[in-house]
Structure formats: C-alpha cells, structure tokens
Ligand binder design. Structure first.
Ligand SMILES: [Mg+2]
Length: 214
C-alpha cells in the first residue's frame, strides 16, 4: 500500500509562529539576579553559567537547577502578549494533502495547551497540528527519529521533504548536524530527499526568511 505522507512540516513556536514578551528570571547560587529578555540573552547566560559550572549538556537548564540556580520559566507556560508572525502562519494555515504538520518547541512543562489554543485564535486549525515539547532537548534527534520511523519496502523513508521553520541558530545547527550530516541516516534517505530550513529573522523592520538547505 502506498504511504501518502511524503512531507513533514515542522514549526518552532517562540519567535517563529509568534513573538512573545516571555522573560526568564534567574537567581544564581552566589545571589546574583538576572532577567533574560529574549532567546539570545537566555542562551548567552546559560552557556556562560554552564561553562562556569563545568556542565556539558545540549541544554544546561536542568543541571543548573541541580547546581542551585533558581530559573523561573513560568512565562513559557503561557503565551504572553503574542504578536503573530504572519509570514510563517500564512504558510502554516495551508495544509498540503501529502503532509503532516508539527510544532516542536523546546518549552518545558504544560506549555502545549496554551500554544494550541493560540493557534485556534489566529485561525490555524490546531486539530491538524501535532505538538511535541522537547523540554530543552535536541530537536535534531527528534527530527532524525521521525525520518526513520516509517520505512518503505525499498528500505527508504516515506519522507522525501522536510520543511523546518525556526529562529534559533543553535537549533538549526543541531538539525543540520543530526539530519544532513548523520551517516546513520544515509541508508534511509530517499535519493530526492531535501531538508529546507526557513530561518525566521527580523531585519529591524519586518520578519524575513533566510533559506538554508541540506
Ligand atoms: Mg524559537
């Protein structure tokens, strides 16, 4: 039997589908406090703290909490003052018949309900979107697993195309490494396989795409 799904559409949430006013508040074991206003500040702080504590993990948050850091991520359990990024959501609203649509967010905890409610608010049918929260872990690992999940009788994945919408350089580099440069996937990738990354950036006036391919 033919497997009709050939395209995976994967969307990040924060700063890809919507800009939000989420902040992270941190208190370090030495008593110092910080408010991290965006993803760049978040990654810089966590990278520096991880280096200081000699933590070597894809995502250092859990290890830093164990080391005594108080990290308040509660803004990410809601969708705080969202501003829709329409260059992305205009595409998201069209569901090609041979595709499956996912949200993969690095958010933790019970964050998926508010995200799905927000999709319905902006006119994206959330019942056609499968949400996954990686809790900070590697999106590249999740996507690589998706690619090898359904193998056709010819030994190749049913997926010939992945479209990935994301703003984070860290996540994009991880996905390029795990999906494009992963020898374990060479045998299952169909000859015509393509990964198209639409990196969402803001040029000071508007959101634009920066296209990256395998
Ligand atoms: Mg993001």
């Amino acid at each position: 039997m033919e497997e009709p799904i050939t395209i995976l559409r994967i969307f990040d949430f924060d700063e890809t589908i919507a800009h939000t006013e989420s902040e992270t508040r941190v208190k370090a074991p030495d008593g110092s406090m910080a408010t991290l206003r965006d993803q760049k500040e978040f990654e810089e702080y966590m990278n520096a703290a991880a280096a200081k504590e000699r933590i070597n993990a894809f995502d250092a948050v859990d290890s830093l909490i164990e080391a005594g850091y108080q990290i308040d991520l509660s803004d990410f359990s809601i969708v705080k003052e969202p501003e829709e990024i329409t260059i992305v959501t205009d595409i998201m609203k069209e569901f090609p018949p041979d595709s499956k649509t996912y949200i993969i967010t690095a958010r933790r905890g019970r964050s998926l309900g508010p995200i799905m409610d927000y999709l319905d608010e902006i006119g994206v049918d959330s019942s056609r979107v499968r949400p996954i929260a990686t809790q900070g872990e590697s999106k590249g690992d999740v996507i690589a697993t998706m690619l090898s999940q359904k193998i056709l009788p010819n030994g190749k994945s049913n997926i010939t195309k992945i479209e990935y919408f994301e703003d984070s350089v860290k996540n994009i580099e991880d996905v390029l490494e795990k999906v494009c440069n992963n020898p374990d996937l060479n045998d299952v990738k169909p000859a015509e396989f393509e990964l198209i990354i639409k990196q969402v950036t803001h040029n000071g006036h508007a959101y634009i795409f920066n296209d990256i391919e395998c």
